[in-house]
Design a protein around this ligand. Structure first.
Ligand SMILES: *Cc1c(COP(=O)(O)O)cnc(C)c1O
Length: 374
């Protein structure tokens, strides 16, 4: 009997301790963690620098609200903007869904300020943007909507990697196009370079905004700090969360300055967003991940090559998906027994989003187990 709502299919294991890329259960058994809390624990478990930064901050100040100056947010925002372009601004929140809610509100507010009646956003089938009403409505997956209608008005769903389907949905009310450059929950589906560049062109031509949801792909996951950098595009707004705090909840919306200015005092807010504890973690994460990018690219490439003996592998850096012809939940359970944590997404894709600190020897260990199981 559990006192928890039945919202998750939880695996029959419970962890008590983590170090580096390993988790340990209540019987002391070790597991190689290739899930990383779903692309969250970018520095692995119990990273000393993260622990020190968080502990130091817990002794000084936990929370002050956003009624006062927040130097911790300033520092993190500066680091994020430096890796983006010079004139951008950041809003901090606590999760991916919240970051996307903020982005959707910013898009509407931007056009409202200009006196244009644009509010619709084109999103993509099999995309995922979160579970709150706006983010869920932006998510073009029926199973996410079931039983929750009516949804928030104003989203049009196009086919991923199909530019004609985007053009067909353009309306005079269209305000933006929102996408993940690699769809995470949708099964590690990569966007084509030409597709993204055409999307960018459409946005420029129509005077609408390009919003890239980097909640899963961002913070070094793909071997670049932001995954859009692989594609030669320049988003107007990006959202981050998952890996940003290395396990401490924090998310943000980052927007070009001329768009960010649409938010005025009172137009949006969050009680906890960017609190000192979260920012102390994010600062360490950004600094350390920025030095790991080449490593992510190299280990990712090695991992991808080794996985390809089992079938089609999709993704970039350490965001990889192995396509299977059957439901892969069985594989996840067998791997668990052998001390390997992997995840199944979109039913037929085995997803690997490990801590960015994994080494080739960990990849080899995982491949040996997968060889037995597959
Ligand atoms: C996980 C995810 C979200 C939702 O993030 P939460 O923190 O669970 O609200 C949004 N967008 C993408 C691309 C994600 O992978």
């Amino acid at each position: 009997m559990s006192f928890l709502m039945d919202t998750y299919k939880r695996l029959p294991v419970s962890f008590v301790y983590g170090k580096g890329v390993y988790l340990y259960d209540d019987k002391g058994k070790a597991y190689l963690d290739l899930v990383g809390g779903v692309a969250v624990n970018v520095l692995g478990h119990s990273d000393e620098d993260l622990i020190n930064a968080l502990c130091e901050q817990t002794r000084k100040l936990w929370h002050v609200s956003n009624l006062y100056q927040n130097p911790w947010q300033e520092e993190v925002a500066k680091l994020l903007v430096e890796r983006f372009w010079t004139s951008a601004k950041v809003f901090f929140c606590n999760s991916g869904a919240e970051a996307n809610e903020g982005a959707i509100k910013l898009v509407r507010r931007f056009f409202w300020e200009k006196g244009e009646k644009r509010y619709r956003i084109i999103t993509f089938k099999n995309g995922f943007h979160g579970r709150t009403f706006g983010a869920m409505s932006a998510t073009a997956q029926e199973k996410i909507h079931t039983g929750f209608e009516p949804l928030l008005e104003g989203f049009d769903y196009a086919e991923f990697n199909n530019i004609e389907s985007v053009k067909r949905l353009l309306k005079k009310e269209t305000a933006g196009i929102m996408l993940e450059v690699i769809q995470g929950e949708g099964g590690i589906n990569e966007a084509d370079v030409e597709f993204l560049q055409e999307v960018q062109e459409i946005c420029k031509r129509e005077g609408i905004l390009l919003i890239v949801d980097e909640v899963q792909t961002g913070v070094g996951r793909t071997g670049r700090f932001y995954a859009y950098e692989h594609y030669g595009i320049e988003p107007d707004i990006i959202t981050l969360a998952k890996g940003l705090g290395g396990g401490f909840p924090i998310g943000c919306v980052l927007a070009k300055e001329e768009i960010a200015q649409a938010f005025k005092p009172g137009s949006h807010g969050s009680t906890f967003g960017g609190n000192p504890l979260a920012c102390a973690c994010a600062k360490v994460v950004i600094e350390k991940v920025s030095k790991l990018l080449d490593h992510v690219e190299q280990v990712g490439q090695y991992f991808k090559e080794r996985l390809s003996t089992f079938g089609k592998v999709k993704g970039k850096g350490l965001m990889l998906g192995l396509e299977r012809n059957e439901n892969c939940q069985e594989v996840v359970l067998k791997a668990l027994e052998r001390g390997l944590l992997i995840n199944c997404t979109s039913e037929r894709v085995i997803r690997f989003v490990p801590p960015l600190i994994i080494q080739k020897q960990h990849v080899d260990f995982a491949i040996d187990i997968l060889k037995d199981i597959l």
